[in-house]
Design a protein around this ligand. Structure first.
Ligand SMILES: NC(=O)c1ccc[n+]([C@@H]2O[C@H](COP(=O)([O-])OP(=O)(O)OC[C@H]3O[C@@H](n4cnc5c(N)ncnc54)[C@H](OP(=O)(O)O)[C@@H]3O)[C@@H](O)[C@H]2O)c1
Length: 245
């Protein structure tokens, strides 16, 4: 645990998560840990504390359990019994994983609904639960950034499931903010408008040229890690120039 800032990013295989991971690679002040189904290292090596990309499928129960154990191996107070709080690194976690599901509600399949919620909602709650065991040992030193959407605040046609899961992400952040307030933990909800990633590939009616670029959003999300200590940002809303496309 040599660096004073540990950054964990979930969903670095493509899109915003990949852009953000690449942005942090240019930041020599952090120890960087990326999680992806395409990660290079086995998940159980994460507890060694060496930076890298780790194989992780957020819908796989074994991976979730292995992540929970590795996190305890890295940060558990029984692992670092005598480490005073001020010796612990600052911890910044970004949740950039998720998928999109669009189409008229009458064509929605139960299996798609379940797997969308498993990835976009359940995995975020479970991962937050694993971190919460350690939050008391990071007083005023932890930040969690959840990538939400404008679909988490308003409705869009042919987007019932996506709107529901993104409204849930907003609910998760609001609840965690209250629950972790005693520990000075920052919980940031980022309400994103359209960003030009693969998530739009199945919707050619939307023009990627009108969207925020991956490199711009990555710069913006990286800057959250630079906020002064006393600044607590609850909710950030970003859109491309046109607003809602
Ligand atoms: N693009 C937009 O316009 C937009 C707008 C609002 C909100 N968002 C939100 O931003 C987040 C990222 O979206 P994106 O546009 O960057 O989409 P993307 O390019 O499709 O990336 C999705 C990410 O989710 C990860 N993922 C998918 N299934 C996973 C699994 N089973 N376990 C672990 N990770 C998994 C992928 O990681 P691996 O392949 O590495 O496993 C990938 O990096 C999503 O939550 C999305 O809803 C995007």
């Amino acid at each position: 645990m040599t660096q004073t800032k540990h950054v964990h990013i979930f969903g670095i295989g493509s899109g915003i998560g990949k852009g953000l991971y690449d942005r942090f690679l240019q930041d020599p002040t952090v120890s960087l840990f990326g999680f992806s189904r395409k990660g290079e290292l086995p998940l159980n090596t994460f507890s060694k504390g060496e930076a890298g990309t780790f194989q992780f499928d957020a819908t796989d129960q074994k991976d979730l359990r292995s992540f929970e154990l590795s996190l305890a191996g890295m940060f558990g107070h029984n692992v670092l019994p005598s480490a005073p709080f001020y010796n612990r690194p600052e911890l910044i976690v970004y949740f950039a994983l998720g998928d999109g599901i669009f189409g008229p509600i009458d064509l929605l399949k139960k299996k798609e609904l379940e797997s969308h919620f498993e990835l976009n909602v359940h995995s975020l709650i479970l991962l937050s639960k694993f971190y919460s065991h350690h939050i008391p040992f990071f007083p005023n030193k932890a930040t969690f950034v959840f990538l939400g959407s404008t679909a988490g605040k308003q409705g869009f046609s042919e987007s019932v499931t996506y709107c529901a899961s993104k409204h849930a992400v907003l609910g998760i952040t609001r609840a965690l903010r209250e629950e972790w307030k005693p520990f000075g933990t920052k919980v940031v909800h980022v309400s994103l408008g359209a960003v030009a990633t693969e998530i739009w590939d199945s919707r050619p009616e939307f023009d990627k040229n009108e969207m925020v670029s991956i490199s711009d959003i990555s710069e913006y999300l990286w800057s959250i890690s630079q906020l002064p200590k006393s600044i607590f940002v609850d909710d950030l809303s970003i859109t491309p120039k046109k607003g809602i496309l």
